[in-house]
Design a protein around this ligand. Structure first.
Ligand SMILES: [Zn+2]
Length: 464
């Protein structure tokens, strides 16, 4: 299998963070009671007309600019026709030939330099409603043979980002997706949360011989909402396609489902040709012509440095892999706070990855406590305290145990030097004298020394 190459592209869907839906004024509410945010427009009553959400257009352009896309001077909404119970109009308003954001690129920092992942397009569309099987996990009657539709999601604004088939491994696809998610979040375009369903991905996979030009038929795995499963599905598709090609079997272009129990892909249904959707320009909407001033303003609003750029900056201290992990999880700002408070990058990165979000208010105090080399238990206590409110490093350090050997060693040396007779008694075999020394050290440290560490250090030093 070694001379086969993976060819993978992702279509990423993100729910836009607008107040209202794409073409009507129904409010967006995550987890709202079913069918409480609907109106004649998003329920497709006859004669109801769509009005585009200006903020959704702005957010799409903002993301497009961050992906170095060309912004269309004239973008056209199109009808994508298909019949499904969660689509009351019988078509979805999307963009087809003239998307809002044209070709762009996304830079993925790697050990060997930046990998450039092409962005084919980023466009705006409305989401379908949500079908809930009545017998399912959220259903009312287990075993029911009917489904219910929640139209709250119907007509909500959705951004679709289509990458070129430039990804060459499951790891690379996930690194791209993680970094793209973080970029979307920092632009405040979307929550981009897979668990909440505000981020989903369609995965396209094909294989070819190393050095081969062109592409072989691809498999499309739709609506993936777990990073782990995306990675596993890509690897399974690679294995199955290589096996099929090597066995001389036909690999047909199809939609596939990934089954995590068998770790295999099975055919979902034959892929519709694009023509099946009978795309045509939406007659109820005029084309979108973003004014140059708007595009310029949005360009200035991009918060910089963007994640890709920050990985390269942090990589000097951490290496690419750790820097990428830190940035893609949004933890690098917290790490930087700790660095500014005096910690080294590696320690800071480790704490930021493992200790949550409260460093924003307590970075300086926490850095001082970390530097004091307190016990593991005391450190846990400090982070717990920091999570619920501000803490003062001095107050905290004055009452926790000191376990730092470097801090305790001089105290112990001094105590031994001041009591030569007792030291001699100990060396003569009377181990009971140890208690006397522990008591002296505890007195010198006002009871803050960690007795376990004191005992161990005393034994070593008295023996020496
Ligand atoms: Zn509505």
């Amino acid at each position: 299998m070694s001379d086969w190459e993976l060819v993978c592209g992702l279509e990423v869907h993100a729910h836009l963070k607008t107040r209202t839906k794409m073409f009507c004024r129904c409010e967006l509410e995550y987890g709202g009671a079913e069918n409480t945010h609907t109106c004649p427009v998003c329920l497709a009553h006859p004669g109801a007309l769509p009005v585009p959400n200006a903020r959704a257009i702005e957010l799409t352009i903002l993301l497009g600019l961050a992906l170095e896309c060309e912004i269309a001077e004239r973008a056209v909404f199109a009808r994508k026709n298909y019949f499904y119970p969660d689509l009351p109009k019988g078509y979805q308003i999307s963009q087809y030939e003239a998307p809002l954001c044209g070709p762009g690129r996304f830079l993925l920092p790697t050990e060997g330099g930046d990998r450039e992942i092409g962005i084919v397009r980023a466009h705006l569309e409305e989401d379908a409603a949500k079908t809930v099987h009545a017998g399912g996990a959220t259903g009312r009657s287990v075993g029911a043979d009917y489904s219910l539709v929640d139209f709250n999601r119907g007509g909500t604004p959705l951004l679709e980002i289509v990458s070129a088939p430039d990804l060459r491994s499951a790891d690379e696809a996930m690194a791209y997706l993680r970094l793209l998610r973080q970029t979307i979040r920092e632009l405040d375009v979307s929550d981009a949360d897979m668990e909440k369903g505000t981020l989903r991905a369609d995965v396209n996979v094909s294989v070819r011989r190393a050095g081969e030009e062109g592409f072989r038929p691809r498999w499309e795995i739709k609506n993936m909402n777990s990073f782990r499963f995306i990675g596993r599905a890509i690897e399974a598709a690679f294995r199955q396609q290589v096996a099929a090609h090597e066995a001389g079997e036909e690999v047909a272009q199809s939609t596939y489902d990934y089954d995590d129990h068998t770790d295999r892909l099975t055919v979902h249904r034959s892929k519709e040709e694009a023509d099946d959707y009978r795309y045509f320009p939406e007659p109820d909407l005029v084309p979108v012509e973003p004014p140059a001033e708007l595009v310029e303003r949005l360009h200035r609003e991009i918060p910089r440095p963007l994640p890709s750029e920050r990985i390269r900056q942090r990589a000097e201290e951490l290496g690419i892999a750790s820097a990428a992990e830190l940035v893609a999880t949004g933890n690098d700002w917290n790490a930087e706070r700790l660095v500014n408070a005096g910690l080294d990058w590696k320690t800071a990165a480790n704490i930021a990855m493992n200790r949550g979000d409260f460093l924003q208010i307590n970075a300086v105090a926490l850095a001082r406590i970390v530097q004091a080399n307190v016990t593991r238990e005391a450190l846990d206590e400090a982070f717990e305290a920091a999570a619920t409110g501000a803490i003062k490093a001095e107050d905290f350090l004055s009452r926790v145990a000191v376990a730092d050997e470097d801090a305790l060693a001089p105290v112990i040396d001094a105590v031994i030097a001041a009591n030569p007779e007792q030291a001699e008694t100990y060396r003569g075999g009377k181990e009971g004298v140890l208690g006397f020394f522990v008591g002296q050290v505890m007195r010198e440290t006002q009871g803050k020394a960690d007795p376990k560490v004191v005992n161990q250090l005393l034994r070593e030093k008295l023996r020496g």
